[in-house]
Design a protein around this ligand. Structure first.
Ligand SMILES: NC(=O)c1ccc[n+]([C@@H]2O[C@H](COP(=O)([O-])OP(=O)(O)OC[C@H]3O[C@@H](n4cnc5c(N)ncnc54)[C@H](O)[C@@H]3O)[C@@H](O)[C@H]2O)c1
Ligand SMILES: O=C(O)[C@H](O)COP(=O)(O)O
Length: 386
């Protein structure tokens, strides 16, 4: 029986995929896998039993990804599985930041029980006028799964869309409408666009992407949308820009105390991926990734190890997570050869500092052999799957 710890509520469509050999619960002894959404894991002690963490979603900034690699724990996410849900909310936010819909609705509610409501409506509505998005320039920073969908959809709504992504993938390029203008730099987005939406991961190079410097370059009255992570936008700089009218409205899926209650801030409680469709998609993909890793040692959609899959070719499989340094594979074959183990099939892949090797073997892979492999200095995890 494989134990899976669920740190967040995961759609049953996903946990059902695990099958009868799995037990999953919010509290469980010796978990081999963890299923998680946004639960903060940085301060969590990682049990020795843990082989993998599957993030049912995109962002992995809640997980100590590098610490996991050092411990031989593979971290997965579910690329694109919630992208449409986020795209739809971003489209809503384009309109919410334009047409003052939220304060207008709140004002309309205050008229309940008062006299001559239709007259008050006609008199009061001018306070809530706002521009159309048609023909306006939208800058999309980050053209991954979400950014591409947002860019294409906004373009079909009649916006002039500029995109910026220095690491654009070939897949994203194929999916991007040819009408999207390629911005030469992020500054071009800041300088030209009436609306800016950010769709990049939060990491040390993107933290504070929209801060005081960026807000000095933007067009006066720009509308900013942040459905990626709160820390991508410097809150103090944003509050100052809202106060002096540099930013006309800021829509964020990541409210903090300083932003709540501020005029022209639309704060949404992290609802980007909260649709039944995307919760199901993410849970299914995460559970399948975890199961394939636990049962076969295959890696699909990891963020800290290479993707690597091989059909099972022998009764016994040795999986080695290791540092990407010279002579490592030679040391594996030497240990196997000395133990009289024959390697029938082998696949090894690397990704930056890390690598992963699968050996399908015949012969008796004893615990002693596994320990010898695990003791090799580049190896962070040696596993034998029968
Ligand atoms: N609000 C929500 O509920 C919600 C849901 C899903 C994802 N997200 C957030 O959105 C982020 C993006 O999700 P995704 O599925 O599109 O991920 P993705 O990995 O498909 O796309 C991210 C893109 O950002 C690009 N990028 C990285 N650094 C950049 C930089 N400095 N400038 C410009 N582009 C840069 C990458 O090249 C990549 O194309 C996630 O990391 C997550 O933080 C939020
Ligand atoms: O990165 C993501 O996928 C989103 O922020 C969704 O987070 P959630 O799964 O906690 O809704």
């Amino acid at each position: 029986m494989h134990n899976i710890l669920c740190l967040n509520k995961i759609s049953p469509l996903g946990t059902d995929r695990l099958g009868e050999n799995y037990t999953y619960a919010a509290e469980i002894e010796n978990p081999e896998g963890i299923l998680v959404r946004s639960a903060a894991m940085h301060d969590m002690e990682l049990p020795n039993s843990l082989l993998a963490i599957a993030r049912a979603g995109a962002g992995v900034n809640n997980i100590p990804v590098e610490k996991c690699a050092e411990a031989g724990i593979v971290v997965f996410n579910t690329p694109g599985a919630n992208a449409n849900a986020v795209k739809e909310l971003v489209l809503a936010a384009l309109l919410l930041t334009s047409r003052k819909i939220v304060p207008a609705i709140e004002w309309a509610q205050t008229l309940k029980g008062t006299a001559d409501i239709s007259k008050q409506v006609e008199k009061g509505k001018s306070a809530f006028a706002g521009p159309e998005i048609l023909g306006k320039k939208l800058g999309v920073i980050g053209l991954g799964a979400i950014g591409v969908l947002v860019a294409n959809a906004a373009q079909t709504l009649g916006m002039q869309v500029y995109g910026f992504d220095p690491f654009l993938s070939v897949d994203a390029a194929w999916n991007l409408s040819s009408d999207i203008v390629k911005a030469a730099s992020v500054d071009e987005i800041f300088e030209k666009c009436d609306y800016i939406t950010i769709h990049v991961p939060l990491n040390d190079s993107t933290r504070g992407l929209i801060g005081a410097d960026a807000l000095k370059k933007v067009k006066k009255g720009v509308r900013v949308l942040n459905f990626s992570r709160g820390a991508l936008v410097d809150t103090d700089a944003m509050l100052a820009a809202l106060a002096d009218g540099t930013v006309a409205a800021y829509a964020t899926d990541f409210p903090d105390d300083a932003l709540l209650g501020v005029e022209n801030v639309i704060a949404i409680p992290h609802l980007g991926a909260s649709t039944p469709e995307s919760e199901d998609n993410c849970a299914v993909m995460a559970a399948e990734e975890l199961k394939d890793y636990i049962e076969n040692g295959n890696i699909r959609n990891a963020v800290n190890f290479p993707n690597i899959s091989m059909a099972r070719g022998a009764d016994t499989r040795i999986c080695l997570a290791h540092r990407n340094i010279p002579n490592t594979i030679g040391s594996f074959t030497q240990v196997c050869g000395e133990a009289g183990i024959n390697i029938e099939n082998m696949l090894s892949k690397s990704r930056g500092d890390w690598a992963y090797t699968i050996l399908d073997v015949t012969g008796d892979v004893t615990e002693d052999v596994r320990e010898k492999l695990a003791a090799l200095s580049p190896v962070v995890r040696a596993r034998v799957i029968k």
